[in-house]
Write a protein that binds this ligand. Structure first.
Ligand SMILES: *[C@@H]1O[C@H](CO)[C@@H](O)[C@H](O)[C@H]1NC(C)=O
Ligand SMILES: *[C@@H]1O[C@H](CO)[C@@H](O)[C@H](O)[C@H]1NC(C)=O
Length: 258
């Protein structure tokens, strides 16, 4: 009889073990969810549309890719065979990759990678790139400085740097033109961070196109300022690091950035 009273405890304590295991699994999932990169935070700071559009406009050949995708490798191999310079954005290596992919799907109707743009015009995936090659069009497209066939009707830009700057400004409310090692640029970005606003950084020394000095010349022409940072809000230069700190002290920066 005594044993009978003890017996029911066995399955109960087993259930306890399972409950503990379940709890542990749940809590480890929670920890995972908590430590994962804050996707929404990043996308709020620089939204996927801005990132994608800036990448497309700043790269002669823009390849949205994933390091794990064989067709991406194949497409890059074809570009390599032409010694083409191209820029790659690996979506699986960034927290906002899925959002950028969603933006591209919205923009181009293509959900897959690689998603390739040449001179701002959508080409498509790996098959489309190989098709262009088969038709003998890819080589010229990569070599020529003319616009892509789909935009050929438009006047090719006389000043590529001007085109680049204006495209970036058209797509981002706040833009900081700077250099990667520049202390004043760092301070300006820190101040913007303190306002928790999204902004686009264009480091003129890190550009694939090596058009940094042309960009500086165009910025000088447009704003009278050759030094960096050169901070733009809604397409207009608001000055450098000192200027935005002055505005901060005067209390006028918040309204400007709104
Ligand atoms: C690419 O570069 C290599 C090495 O400079 C050269 O041998 C080859 O002919 C080039 N290919 C094309 C398609 O320009
Ligand atoms: C894609 O389009 C859908 C439907 O219009 C929209 O809700 C979503 O926010 C868009 N996503 C991105 C990343 O632009």
């Amino acid at each position: 009889m005594k044993q009978g009273a003890v017996m029911p405890k066995q399955p109960f304590s087993k259930r306890n073990i399972w409950a503990t295991i379940l709890l542990l699994m749940l809590s480890s999932t929670l920890v995972f969810a908590y430590t994962e990169p804050p996707v929404n935070l990043i996308s709020a700071r620089a939204n996927p549309a801005t990132i994608a559009e800036e990448f497309i406009s700043a790269s002669k050949v823009a390849v949205f890719s994933k390091t794990t995708c064989p067709y991406c490798k194949k497409a890059k191999g074809l570009l390599n065979s032409y010694n083409a310079t191209y820029s790659v954005l690996e979506l699986n290596l960034r927290a906002d990759g899925p959002l950028i992919q969603e933006y591209l799907a919205n923009k181009t109707g293509q959900h897959t990678v690689p998603n390739i743009f040449i001179r701002g015009a959508h080409v498509g995936g790996c098959d489309a790139l190989f098709q262009l090659d088969k038709e003998g069009k890819l080589k010229d497209l990569l070599a020529s400085s003319a616009a892509n066939p789909s935009t050929a009707a438009k006047q090719p830009p006389t000043h590529p740097a001007e085109q680049t700057v204006e495209t970036i400004l058209a797509h981002s409310k706040i833009v900081v033109f700077g250099r990667s090692g520049c202390l004043a640029c760092l301070k300006a970005k820190k101040l913007l961070d303190s306002y928790q606003v999204a902004y686009t950084v264009v480091n003129i020394d890190l550009r694939d196109e090596e058009d940094g000095s042309e960009i500086l010349s165009y910025l000088e022409l447009r704003t009278g300022r050759r030094s960096v940072p050169n901070v733009f809000v809604r397409g207009e230069s608001v000055g450098g690091n000192e200027d935005i700190h002055d505005m901060d002290r005067a209390g006028s920066l918040a309204a400007l950035l709104e």
